[in-house]
Write a new protein. Structure first.
Length: 214
């Protein structure tokens, strides 16, 4: 009898085979089997984030092209957005904190940030997701207009954050700013007058809510 973990690994292997040959039908059907029967948190923590980590490893090893990365990223993005139309275990509340999320200029990897945004919404936050490669003036203007209780800025490179240190530091005067992603460290956060979010998304949700509760 095949265990659940073995079945999941077999599905993941089938998904990778579909990605390598750009087989959209098989990839989409396989994602349906991996994701749709799980709740949002399980889908993100058990499927999406491990897959994205493996995607990064394969990219660094030269096994994937830019076309492969775009192909699977677009498929995952469509499935993640599909979760926004499903009933939530804990729907966002009218008085939940407004959290604006964006990647700074030049940062095009926003799928992990999208996962975090969805988890925040699952935990009662009112999220405003701007996504990849957002100009700093646009982030500042959106935070003011939305009256954001917090702003999350994520990047895979520390220079994508430190290059805008002055603008982010000014933004932190008006709104609590949290930095996330591989480019965010405690040292970078201190330089930007920001909070450093844990890399684990569930822990990051708890940390952000704890800071805002103060």
């Amino acid at each position: 009898m095949i265990s659940a973990s073995e079945a999941s690994r077999a599905s993941t292997d089938r998904l990778w085979a579909a990605v390598e040959t750009f087989d959209g039908e098989v990839a989409d059907d396989t994602l349906a089997g991996l994701l749709w029967e799980r709740d949002l948190s399980e889908a993100i923590m058990q499927v999406v984030l491990p897959f994205l980590a493996e995607l990064g490893d394969r990219w660094e090893e030269g096994q994937l092209s830019v076309a492969h990365e775009h192909f699977i990223s677009n498929l995952l993005r469509r499935w993640l957005w599909a979760y926004t139309g499903r009933p939530r275990q804990a729907a966002e509340t009218a008085d939940g904190p407004v959290v604006l999320l964006a990647c700074p200029p030049g940062e095009r990897h926003d799928l992990v940030l999208l996962c975090f945004s969805l988890l925040l919404g699952e935990n009662g936050a009112r999220t405003r997701f701007l996504g990849a490669d957002t100009p700093m003036p646009a982030i500042v203007a959106a935070a003011r207009t939305a009256r954001a209780d917090a702003v999350v800025i994520a990047a895979t490179r520390d220079t994508a954050l430190t290059a805008h240190a002055a603008a982010i530091s000014r933004l932190a005067v008006e709104h609590p700013v949290f930095v996330a992603g591989r480019g965010a460290t405690q040292g970078v956060a201190e330089q930007l007058n920001a909070h450093h979010l844990p890399h684990d998304p569930v822990a990051a949700v708890s940390f952000l809510r704890t800071v805002l509760a103060r």
